[in-house]
Design a protein around this ligand. Sequence first.
Ligand code: PLP
Length: 406
Amino acid sequence: MSGFQPEKIRVDFPTLSRRVRDRRLVYLDNAASTLKPRPVIDRMTRYYEDEVSNVHRGAHYLAEQGTIAYEAARAKVAAFIGAASPAEVVFTRGTTESINLVAQTYGRANLNAGDEILVSELEHHSNIVPWQMIAGERGARVRAIPVTDSGEIDFAAYSRLLSTRTRLVAISWCSNALGTVTDVKAFVDAAHAVGARVVVDAAQAIQHLETDVQALDCDFLAFSGHKVYGPYGIGVLYGRAELLEAMPPYQGGGSMISEVAFEKTTYAPIPQKFEAGTPSISAAIGLGSAIDYVNALGLGNIEAHERGLLEAATRALRSVPGLRIIGDSPRKAAIVSFVFDGIHPSDIGSLVDQEGIAIRAGHHCAQPLMRRLGVPATARASFSVYNSLEDVEALRSALVKAKEFF
Ligand code: PLP
């Protein structure tokens, strides 16, 4: 973890200076939401203090400033994910809305009776339920791609499921429940070989891995601002320009039209066609700042730092008597899911919370995965740029104490 100084980075995150249960906060629930650095908070405040106005509508100075900042944020996102153009970046409320948008527009226009959508067993519910909904409406079928015992999407099984009936494949780049990182490019290539489109859920990848949508060759990619040091209420749908152009709009209203008449309404060019109504302007601008923040740290440095934390946490947790790590893929982001003999995960969460340590316990919105792995729930520690070996040790010692308590 050389060169990367979490103690210096911690200072950028005001939440980390507060005490929790009269202790130093050890925040290990980063897969749920990362904390927000000062530059993001300040940038959003500046928008509200100096630039507040609606975008794409006003003729006045403030509206112009707000629109410039909003579109600059879009350009930052486009560069960050390697999109060919900012027009391929649609602002949404988050990953969930991005996936629903694809299901309700691309899905409704392109799925027919007998078509298949392949969805892996390790998906978050937001990459399962929207597909079930549109499949039900269109007479299409959702088929589950099995997961191996180590928590990876089974590529061989996937290859067997792929056929000319496959219209769409929806997979996570990184599992929120286990941390497994999928070789998305291999899945994309295999899908394209049968003429299927691929939707990548990058909610847990965008903050850990360099994203290049053109190199991945994916058709759609979704993520949320709040998991990459940005604000709530903003997310991104990347879509290949030619697909977005051909898709019908998602919601109707202001800003998404070219001309409205009772006889016929025409729509705005992409991406505005998909951004009906007043968008989450301050949040988009905040996301732009979050991207600046990540770029300044460098995703390569972030990856190396988090890999060190993952290795240390895996070693430390393995040493705790009675603890079993769930998911042991050799390619993982800094997420460790675990269960304890005889202690329910939610009790683990409550016990370590008494020590000022924030982890997550539950099914992680991945009930099919929990069922597949034969556990009702897990406890999950997820690490980020401001975490340190001290945090790993705090977790280990709190878990040993929890074990003694039971
Ligand atoms: N996909 C994955 C892998 C996630 O981890 C999450 C959130 O935890 C989501 C989708 C949904 O994200 P959001 O609730 O921000 O829409």
